[in-house]
Design a protein around this ligand. Structure first.
Ligand code: GLC
Length: 836
């Protein structure tokens, strides 16, 4: 058959298809490019008048729009705008942890051009016409951040074709791009540390095997910081719709952010230090609670270890090889037919006995829990449904979770009233509407199926939510959630789905085991996730490129309010190598979450799989991790208190030093330990940058003067690590698992600065219970001074009610090698030791 113009029809069709594809792609690109030209959007009207209340100023605009500026604290201001209508009275966000703020001192003044709101730290200048908002330092009046154009919305529907849900109205704000402004944050992005001149989309997506540049991936954290001339500010655009951030990619003048619906609603946080911003952000969206100490232990996973004897074998192997281990993860095959809250009794006949057996070896179990609840046959009568019976017979066609959820109307439905039925591991499934408080409570209680069996923690996966029918989420646009009575649709709720699932899980664990700290790990998230869950970076590749991304991804997550992060050590997909795995451990042995995990059809990747040579090196780093636990735990507690993450980019500690602004292959743990990891193959040396000041080589104690680059030896055995002069790194004994032995002795490794001083405050608690919230901790401040030719060490009187009992403190001055061991006194008095 001959097609038009004499082409054989098959090739004609092929060409037409290709043309159509090219046209679609071009149109798509044009649409996106035009969308990014937000100057075409309708601008908010000029100010007609305003009213001042105790906390806020509401500006009424000539086009009936409103702008509300609320002073929450001297360094935190909220900006909320509506377009062509008043700001709605409903004001709710799943991300916000603190809504009641003690209003600080602030004042208002006005000129014919502008209204000025002043706190002790910030000036917010609102220009009347056109309406432009500018933030300035209250003391110097220097501009920190200012609108590049008035806030805007898509009044004419110019962007309708681009929207996932055409019922939304695009809203956007544009800021001037500083010539030397750097951008950090935005949560989980497969990108480098400095986000300047790049753009991003936030829309939680299951993206296995993602490469650098893939966007979006699993999480949405619409919070970023801008840094210019050493001054930082933060913007948290609290809008859960599909959102966009452009840090000067489409224009040299402009940074903009916007969303496909919802309010233009953002928080402006002023530093000038990044640490202060992170602290405020944690106040606003929640501080990470202390995870149990064992969460810092080494973890091993596989899709999937089964049956139970296989799990025992993995643990036996770890112990036999003298490799430390705290946790084994059970991936989806522990369930009966992938039905969450069930056990496959053939593979795991007695999960309680298994967890007890493992507990005797110091190992805990974590089970995966996906949101997909298998959709299946329903019971005949409601009387049959009420009990929680996590034990299904293998052939049982009924499933209590599905039945209870259906009976109580907890599952998501489409606008038509039909159940929404995605396909995930169990096949046809349903998702819980976690915006319903009763559904969250029910879901939390279902975890009895695990806690009754001694499972220690829960791993939430596939919670973007992933749907094999359609990963984009477009197929879910008419799925309705209760959403505080608003009955909103997927466009608004997709990005908070995982946050609310994690919340239900965390709160459930808290109720089921009130004396134990819950431990949850999640793949997807929205801002505020740190209140409920730790996270890992999903399905990475076993490649050097993916390993190199670990560092900027971890540090970026830390700068986005998520301190407890990690990645599948060695990569999830594909075939790694001994060298890659070893280098991967040299990054992850200091990440809060250190778990080796591998895809079902991937090559084995446990630490011993590539031979003794690599295993020996990996052992050394895992053992070092356990020795560093007093240091890591202290730094983790700082993250809990202050929001400053444990795993940091150098810029967080040295924000005045431009050499740190886009450093992607070094990181710091806390303020004191710097690691110049190797993320390339065949490398035995690498360039290292140390910020100004004196540093000690962690391995040799050799001193370096910072502020410059130099080449360090980096054979596979040795990752270059440096300690800041003035620091004290506390270390405990070697252990096979956390809590195997008391932290006795604690060795305080002292690295005196040029004046001969050093100090640190050690944090300790019971590691498991919530007592730390009521002063159930111990803080011991150790200070060192040079006196004459020797050193005087003072261990101050400890604070807090936790008492670990008498033990030994060993003080070692690294520059001289002098050391002394003392027995601590239980009386809590200060102790002074001389090292001559
Ligand atoms: C997802 C997870 C992965 C897990 C797998 C099976 O791909 O990201 O970690 O092993 O599902 O549950």
């Amino acid at each position: 058959m001959v097609g038009q113009g004499g082409w054989p029809s098959s090739s004609y069709e092929a060409v037409m298809k290709r043309c159509a594809l090219i046209l679609c792609v071009t149109l798509g690109l044009v649409t996106i490019a035009r969308a990014q030209d937000i100057s075409r959007l309708e601008k908010i009207g000029s100010i007609a008048n305003f009213t001042k209340s105790e906390k806020s100023v509401v500006f009424n605009c000539q086009d009936n729009s409103q702008l509300q500026v609320t002073v929450l604290s001297a360094d935190l201001v909220r900006v909320r705008a509506s377009f062509g209508k008043p700001i709605p009275s409903k004001d709710h966000s799943w991300a916000i942890a603190k809504t009641e703020w003690v209003t600080p001192r602030w004042s208002l003044s006005e000129t014919s051009e502008a209204v000025l709101i002043t706190t002790d730290e910030l000036e917010v200048l609102v220009r009347r016409s056109p309406l432009l908002v500018e933030f300035r330092n209250a003391k110097t009046h220097a501009v920190i951040n200012s609108d590049q154009q008035p806030m805007a919305y898509d009044a004419k529907g110019l962007l309708k074709e681009m929207l996932f849900d055409s019922r939304g109205t695009f809203v956007a704000a544009a800021k001037k791009l500083g010539f030397d402004e750097h951008f950090y944050g935005l949560g989980e992005k497969a990108a480098r540390l400095d986000k300047r001149r790049s753009s991003f989309v936030n829309w939680n997506a299951d993206t296995p095997g993602y490469l650098e540049g893939r966007d979006p991936i699993y999480q949405t954290v619409p919070f970023y910081t801008g840094l210019q001339n050493g001054n930082a500010y933060g913007i948290f655009f609290d809008n859960s719709y599909r959102s966009y951030f452009d840090f000067g990619k489409s224009s040299q003048q402009r940074v903009w952010f916007g969303a496909e619906g919802g309010e233009l609603n953002y928080y402006f946080l002023y530093g000038p230090s990044l640490k202060k911003i992170l602290n405020r952000y944690a106040d606003l969206t929640g501080h990470m609670p202390m995870p149990p100490l064992w969460a810092l232990g080494n973890q091993q996973s596989r899709w999937s270890y089964y049956p139970d004897t296989m799990v025992e074998e993995v643990v036996r192997e770890y112990r036999k090889r003298d490799l430390p281990l705290d946790v084994v993860h059970l991936d989806i095959d522990y369930m009966q037919g992938y039905r969450v809250f069930t056990w496959d009794r053939n593979r795991f006949p007695d999960p309680k006995a298994l967890s007890e057996k493992l507990a005797r070896q110091g190992v805990k179990l974590i089970t995966i829990v996906d949101p997909g609840v298998k959709h299946q046959q329903v019971a005949k009568s409601t009387a049959q449904i009420t009990s929680i019976t996590p034990e299904l017979e293998p052939q049982d066609p009924r499933y209590y979770v599905f039945e209870q959820g259906l009976l109580n109307n907890y599952f998501q439905k489409r606008e038509s009233g039909d159940l929404f039925i995605p396909r995930v591991w169990p096949g046809e499934s349903v998702f819980v509407d976690y915006t319903l408080p009763a559904a969250r409570e029910w879901w939390g209680s279902l975890h009895r199926a695990y806690t009754d069996n001694g499972v220690a923690g829960i791993w939430n996966d596939m919670n973007e939510p992933s749907d094999f029918v359609d990963q984009t989420g477009r197929n879910q646009m008419d799925v309705v959630s209760y959403d505080e009575g608003e009955k909103s649709t997927h466009a608004k709720n997709r990005n908070v789905f995982a946050l609310l699932m994690a919340r239900a899980t965390y709160e459930g664990l808290e109720r089921l085991r009130p004396n134990q700290r819950p431990y949850v790990i999640t793949r997807a998230a929205y801002a505020g996730i740190q209140r409920y869950s730790t996270m890992w970076t999903g399905d990475t590749n076993s490649t050097w490129e993916a390993l190199a991304l670990n560092i900027p991804m971890f540090t970026t997550l830390g700068l986005s309010g998520e301190p407890f992060v990690g990645s599948d050590v060695g990569g999830f997909m594909g075939r790694g190598s001994g060298e890659l795995l070893t280098r991967a451990y040299q990054v992850s042995f200091l990440a809060p979450f250190c778990r080796n995990h591998k895809v079902i059809d991937g090559y084995d990747q446990e630490p011993w799989r590539f031979g003794k040579y690599y295993e020996d090196i990996i052992r050394r780093y895992l053992k070092l991790r356990y020795q560093l636990l007093p240091f890591l735990y202290t730094t983790l507690e700082e993250a809990h208190q202050t929001g400053t993450p444990l795993f940091r980019p150098l810029v967080l500690n040295y924000q005045d030093d431009p050499n740190t602004y886009n450093l992607d292959d070094e990181f710091m743990i806390g303020n004191d330990l710097l690691v110049a990891a190797v993320v390339k193959p065949d490398v035995t040396r690498r360039l290292v940058y140390l910020p100004k000041g004196t540093w000690y080589d962690f391995w040799t104690n050799k001193k370096y003067e910072g502020g410059t680059m130099f080449t360090a030896d980096a054979p596979l055995e040795t990752v270059p690590m440096f300690v800041r002069a003035g620091a004290i790194i506390p270390m405990g004994p070697e252990m096979n698992y956390t809590g195997e032995k008391p932290q006795d002795p604690i060795t305080f490794n002292i690295y005196p600065d040029d004046q001969g001083s050093a100090s640190m405050t050690l944090y300790e608690d019971d590691g498991t219970s919530p007592a730390y919230k009521q002063a159930g901790f111990r803080r011991t401040t150790v200070t060192v001074k040079r006196v004459g030719l020797g050193y005087v060490v003072t261990a101050g009187a400890p604070q807090g009610s936790y008492n670990p009992g008498t033990r030994k403190f060993s003080f070692v001055v690294k520059s001289t090698g002098r050391a002394r061991v003392v027995t601590t006194n239980d009386s809590g008095a200060e102790q002074t030791v001389r090292l001559n």
